[in-house]
Design a protein around this ligand. Structure first.
Ligand SMILES: Cc1cc2nc3c(=O)[nH]c(=O)nc-3n(C[C@H](O)[C@H](O)[C@H](O)COP(=O)(O)OP(=O)(O)OC[C@H]3O[C@@H](n4cnc5c(N)ncnc54)[C@H](O)[C@@H]3O)c2cc1C
Length: 297
């Protein structure tokens, strides 16, 4: 244990998840405010801007068990300490890799982690949009034990006090996946609007989430169901007209979602429209829709 800021902040540097949650529990039971520190890309600027820092910080850099990613026959598991740079070339997870490549600059991707994205829970966070489309499960640990919860529940409630995200788990891809993003200058701004789309050829479904329009990543379940029967699941293709219809259905679904606060540079109607355009493009990219085909419908 060390002290920072002239002794006002205690720094814990655990080597295991057990030690990390024990530090969280000890600080909480002493009534002191404690924050987890992973890559620091969100937390450090926030602490610099704050008048007072937390009483204690638990730095996760030495917890090597959080930095592991792996695959079983059915699932992929990604530790909370895995960075975007670790994921951007991962051939087993093309959607996660594509998402990671769109984040920030090389410096941000080298430091920013999966656990930090879940801890910040920015409604426009790129990874959260992808994990929502993937129906990911979030694994959490406390001094009292472990639990897991779906990404949608996690984003609704956040972690309990004293809880640490240890990993996320999702099904192994069984079809093409993509992630498309409209943003400002890369490396400096979060996504304006983004879209993650995964094709599941085993369960014969399309899974899609849009970020930057609603108060969190928004699953467009009615649009997903609306095109399911129009995909040729044997070849994994669909006519271009279906991609266009999917985009329209996504825009309709987004109009019913609770909107983010109004942003004069990107009005709500622009973001809804952009969400539909990205979804149509993602669908065409994953299901081989040929522009011009199927126009008669
Ligand atoms: C210049 C810049 C550009 C950026 N560009 C993008 C972008 O394009 N897309 C994007 O999505 N994000 C972007 N970000 C945001 C940021 O990089 C991501 O949110 C990143 O994933 C945060 O991870 P971290 O490891 O740095 O988290 P930290 O800053 O260390 O922590 C963030 C929060 O998560 C908590 N936390 C950390 N680890 C855990 C854990 N294991 N369990 C529970 N809580 C935890 C911390 O207490 C803190 O509240 C950008 C940030 C900057 C500064």
């Amino acid at each position: 244990m060390t002290t920072l800021g002239g002794g006002s902040t205690v720094l814990h540097r655990p080597g295991t998840v057990g030690e990390a949650v024990a530090s969280l529990a000890a600080e909480a039971s002493a009534g002191r405010q404690v924050r987890l520190l992973a890559g620091g890309t969100d937390l450090v600027p926030a602490l610099r801007a704050a008048v007072r820092g937390p009483a204690a910080i638990v730095a996760l850099r030495r917890v090597l068990e959080l930095r592991v990613r792996g695959a079983s026959a059915d699932t992929l598991t990604v530790g909370a300490g895995v960075t975007y740079a670790d994921l951007e070339g991962w051939s087993l997870a093309p959607g996660l890799a594509a998402t990671s490549r769109t984040v920030g600059s090389a410096q941000i991707r080298n430091c920013g982690t999966v656990g930090g994205a879940l801890g910040s829970a920015n409604p426009r966070g790129d990874l959260l949009t992808f994990l929502s489309a993937a129906d990911a499960e979030v694994l959490l640990a406390t001094a009292g034990g472990n639990r897991s919860t779906g990404i949608a529940d996690y984003l609704r409630t956040g972690p309990d006090p004293g809880e640490l995200v240890t990993a996320v788990r999702m099904a192994r891809p069984s079809g093409p996946q993509t992630y498309l993003k409209i943003g400002g200058r890369q490396a400096a701004f979060p996504a304006v609007v983004s879209c993650a789309l995964l094709v599941d050829r085993v369960r014969e479904r399309v899974c899609c989430a849009v970020g930057g329009v609603a108060t969190g990543p928004w699953r467009v379940a009615t649009a997903e169901r609306g095109v399911r029967d129009e995909v040729d699941w044997v070849t994994g293709t669909a006519p271009a007209a279906v991609a266009r219809r999917f985009g329209q259905l996504v825009a309709e679904a987004l109009r019913g979602a609770p909107p983010l606060p109004e942003d004069p540079r990107h009005p709500a109607e622009y973001r809804v429209h952009a969400g539909g355009v990205l979804a149509a493009r993602a669908f065409a990219r994953c299901l081989g829709a040929v522009p011009g085909a199927g126009r008669s419908g």
